[in-house]
Design a protein around this ligand. Structure first.
Ligand code: LLP
Length: 432
């Protein structure tokens, strides 16, 4: 196993993903290509479901965050596994709907939904619209009244937690484009306005702390603050929230330096905290939702590239250039996110060639990794970047007019195309 159970090395010295030879997959499907071990995705869905059932209670459910990875086949898988879904744009809503996803299990997010977005959500029968601001509340109430509909809503609340400093209330984190802050008193007014609307049904609250968080403390803090808020709202308005959605954010191991994470133990710790806080405040335990994205799909995915040039600049470094880059994975260029890179063609050899992995774009910041070591590659070798299942395909662009790679699903020893490779015709299709 390399980093996660999906990855290993076979007798030919090739990297395998879900038991399949990645060098053969590269030959069959071409490169660059995203691979996704859907059995591993299903295992994560089941882990979340079972832990939620045990520690949060039978009405609680994980909602997969489609911003991490979004295509029709994945929504079908998520529906089969019985999860709800968090959609963050009309495009994600339409994808879920086209896949036959049960729209009543969708939570629709976004800090600036247009009137058209809100109307679409009402028309598609979205289960919960997560209302972000008083302006949006007013717009939705009007749209719903016009359609004779009565949509169910959650309100996005800003609990004021910095997941990296662990300070509970700091002004910096009240300063957010998302939601209404408890610290400023605006969250209270938001609740009162929602309760006053006769065309909306308020079902509870939503908050989100951050992403790629390994520590449990920020989530615990969020539960404490939100349950105290629920208790206070009951006192001041008589409304006792039946749903509390605490967002996504559990971290994923990208490199050997990242810690292992026990998701079930984290959910258990949160469940215990929620029980403690409900008892403390004397409130009825709400149904708990979380919106994991990264932790469900990241580890199950990798990207295959073909090595083009290998160039060593004496006294500086070696560049290994591949046939993809920031258009299929902008995360190093954007966030300097670290990845594990493997020479899939020589995965049994010592990874002793330090290098920078560069993409093919006309831009020097187009890098996939720096300071990594791989078995010395030569032109034609297959290079794999591991743990790209989240925020890669979903963040891909056509920069430099480069077609997006396909998504190849791996399951039960078989590989199938779930999203086909973009063609040059696709690229010019919209040009008039
Ligand atoms: N729910 C809400 C309201 C969110 O804002 C997010 C992520 C999630 C759920 C899912 O969080 P996850 O479980 O995936 O951490 N592009 C960045 C990540 C941005 C995440 C934004 N919100 C990246 O590539 O790291």
């Amino acid at each position: 196993m390399i980093l996660h159970p999906t990855y290993d090395v076979n007798a030919s010295g090739h990297l395998t993903a879900a038991g399949l030879d990645t060098v053969e997959l590269a030959r069959e499907f071409g490169t660059p290509a995203y691979l996704l071990d859907t059995d591993a995705v299903r295992a994560m869905c089941r882990l979340y479901k079972s832990a939620f059932h045990t520690f949060f209670g039978p009405d609680s459910t994980p909602a997969f965050a489609g911003k991490a990875l979004c295509y029709k086949g994945l929504y079908r898988l998520i529906a089969e596994e019985g999860l709800a879904a968090d959609c963050v744009s009309p495009g994600e809503l339409v994808t879920a709907h086209a896949a036959g996803f049960p729209m009543e299990k969708v939570f629709f997010h976004g800090n600036n939904k247009t009137d058209a977005d809100l109307a679409l959500a009402v028309d598609l029968g979205v289960g919960h619209i997560v209302v972000d601001s008083p302006d949006e509340l007013g717009a939705l109430a009007q749209i719903a009244a016009g359609k004779g509909a009565k949509p169910h809503i959650l309100l996005r609340i800003t609990p004021g937690i910095d997941p990296h400093t662990h300070k509970k209330i700091i002004t910096g984190n009240v300063d957010s484009k998302f939601g209404m802050a408890i610290a400023t008193g605006q969250a209270d007014d938001f609740v009162k306005a929602a309760l006053a609307s006769s065309s909306l049904v308020l079902d509870g609250f939503h908050c989100h702390v951050g992403s790629q968080i390994f520590d449990i403390e920020p989530f615990r803090d969020a539960c404490d603050i939100m349950l105290a808020f629920i208790a206070r709202m009951r006192q001041t308005t008589g409304f006792e929230a039946p749903i509390l959605n605490i967002g996504g954010g559990f971290g994923v191991r990208y490199t050997e330096r990242d810690p292992m994470i026990d998701y079930r133990a984290n959910i258990q710790a949160l469940g215990e905290e929620i029980d403690r806080m409900c008892a403390l405040h004397g409130v009825k335990k709400p149904a708990i939702l979380m919106e994991p994205g990264r932790s469900i799909v990241a580890a199950a995915g990798c990207t295959l590239y073909t090595v083009g040039s290998v160039k060593t600049i004496p006294g500086f470094r070696s560049y290994v250039s591949v046939d993809g880059g920031m258009p299929d994975n902008p995360r190093y260029a954007l966030y300097q996110s670290e990845y594990t890179v493997v020479n899939a063609s020589r995965a049994a050899d010592r990874a002793d060639f330090p290098c920078t992995v560069a993409g093919r774009c006309c831009e020097s910041g187009d890098l996939l990794a720096e300071g990594v070591s791989v078995a010395k590659p030569s032109r034609g070798d297959i290079l794999a970047v591991l743990v790209t299942g989240a925020y890669n395909y979903s963040m891909a662009s056509n920069y430099n007019r480069i077609p997006r790679p396909p998504v190849i699903e791996l399951s039960g020893g078989k590989a199938t195309v779930a999203v086909r490779r973009e063609t040059y015709d696709d690229l010019i299709r919209l040009d008039v």
